[in-house]
Design a protein around this ligand. Structure first.
Ligand SMILES: [Zn+2]
Length: 443
């Protein structure tokens, strides 16, 4: 089915970003068929279904390169006992109880709710990291079903950890990686691993063997807190990234999340092995774990993307958070204006390409038809030259009106078309109440 998204302001992004006023994007099936002047596109594609985008900016759909859908059920939950005073306590008192309490229906609903949030925020591709030790086998299928129903793209993995049982979750990744195979452009798979400090050499070896054989990357948290670095130095006499490199976890399809407590030599390893890093500024601030050396990593040529770490699904908000954080952390109002948008708009597309084999992140003929159509009437001149200023100070607070993924309209006029948001939220509240009870019993 062909559609004409017409009369909008198109921001193409890509190597040569162009801002096209009164422009139209024609989609045909899952791809973009043409981009150009509205009148011309109407003449050339009279049969395409028209969607009026006047008063709106059209951008490529946003990409989130690190998410935890399952964190949904923790929203608003009281945590029994004293407040956690450090990162390891946050894991022990909150997250390692939340994931153990999830049952089958919780997993489905805790994916569906953030998937709706993704659509509401124009996020059309997500790389997720899942954990549910009490309902582990088959859990990735539940999330896959939710993703397919929502209509966006997702790369999925299960978090292997020795914390409950040695190598727990390896089989679930192996099964799912095999099932997905080369992928269909909508669902991809990775080998999920928690972090160096919860994984033995033997467990990592087994994970890497499976990932290598299947040609997929590893998705692992790295040096999020100083505790991960200290553990590696104490047990293995080497910093975290060095340990993981020795064990074969690095590589251009692998994603090292956070990389806060790393030194220069570790950054050099990340650059040399073309390993991607994903920065999650809101989560880092929330957990008070420190600041990723973002500017240094970029200078060394490391591909750094942007994720939410489960804090939400709004990538523009995350981008602005990165912008503000690195200005403050560097005490320098000259930095991060280019870098924060680069993580979101260019680097996330490059990381996603390694997972999905698709060139996302640009509006051009032949590219995947993933679009975020945003209510925005520029109050000042708007062009390629000053787009980033509008992005950081204007678009970030604007509302997404229409979201398109694989050429299909998932939200139009702020109405989610293919999911019953009201019913899903009501049911989610019901099951969350029961899940919270189960969690209390673990305490
Ligand atoms: Zn995470």
């Amino acid at each position: 089915m062909a559609s004409r998204f017409e009369n909008g302001i198109v921001v193409t992004l890509g190597d040569k970003n162009r801002v096209l006023w009164n422009a139209t994007i024609v989609t045909d099936g899952e791809r973009i068929a043409a981009v150009g002047d509205a009148a011309e596109m109407k003449r050339r594609f009279p049969g395409a279904d028209p969607v009026d985008c006047s008063g709106k900016i059209i951008l490529p759909g946003f990409i989130c390169t690190h998410h935890h859908f399952y964190s949904t059920m923790a929203r608003g939950m009281g945590i029994p006992g004293e407040p956690a005073s450090n990162f390891v306590e946050i894991l022990e008192r909150l997250w390692w109880k939340v994931d153990r309490s999830l049952d089958e229906e919780d997993i489905t609903l805790s994916a569906q709710m953030p998937l709706i949030d993704c659509i509401r925020n124009g996020t059309t591709t997500v790389i997720d990291h899942h954990a549910s030790p009490s309902m582990r086998d088959g859990s990735l299928d539940l999330i896959e079903n939710a993703v397919r129903l929502a209509g966006i793209r997702a790369s999925l993995c299960y978090e292997v950890s020795d914390r409950n049982v040695a190598g727990g979750g390896i089989a679930e990744n192996k099964r799912f990686i095999k099932k997905v195979g080369k992928g269909d452009g909508q669902i991809a798979a990775m080998m999920g691993m928690h972090a160096s400090f919860t994984l033995s050499d033997a467990t990592i070896d087994e994970c890497v063997g499976i990932a290598r054989e299947a040609g997929v990357g590893c998705h692992i948290h790295v040096a999020e807190d100083a505790a991960d670095r200290e553990d590696s130095l104490a047990k293995y006499k080497t910093p975290t990234v060095n340990r993981l490199q020795k064990l074969g976890v690095t590589g251009e399809k692998s994603i090292f999340v956070h990389c806060i407590h790393i030194d220069d030599s570790e950054m050099d390893i990340l650059a040399a092995t073309r390993t991607s890093v994903v920065h999650n500024p809101e989560s880092n601030m929330n957990n008070a774990v420190g600041v990723t050396p973002l500017l240094k990593l970029l200078k060394k040529g490391v591909l750094v993307g942007l994720g939410t770490d489960g804090m939400g699904s709004d990538m523009l908000a995350q981008m602005r958070c990165a912008y503000l954080l690195h200005r403050l952390a560097n005490h320098d109002p000259r930095v991060a204006f280019l870098e924060a948008p680069q993580l979101l708009l260019q680097n996330n597309a490059a990381i996603a390409e390694r997972q999905f084999g698709l060139q996302l992140g640009e509006i051009a003929e032949g590219r995947p038809a993933d679009l975020a159509i945003i209510d925005y009437r520029p109050p000042t001149p708007f062009s390629e030259a000053n787009f980033l200023g509008h992005l950081i100070f204007g678009l970030v607070d604007a509302t997404v009106d229409t979201t398109v993924c694989k050429g299909k309209i998932l939200m139009k006029g702020k109405q989610i078309l293919n999911m019953d948001e009201e019913r899903i939220a009501a049911r989610s509240r019901e099951v969350a109440t029961k899940m919270w009870k189960r969690l209390e019993e673990l305490s």
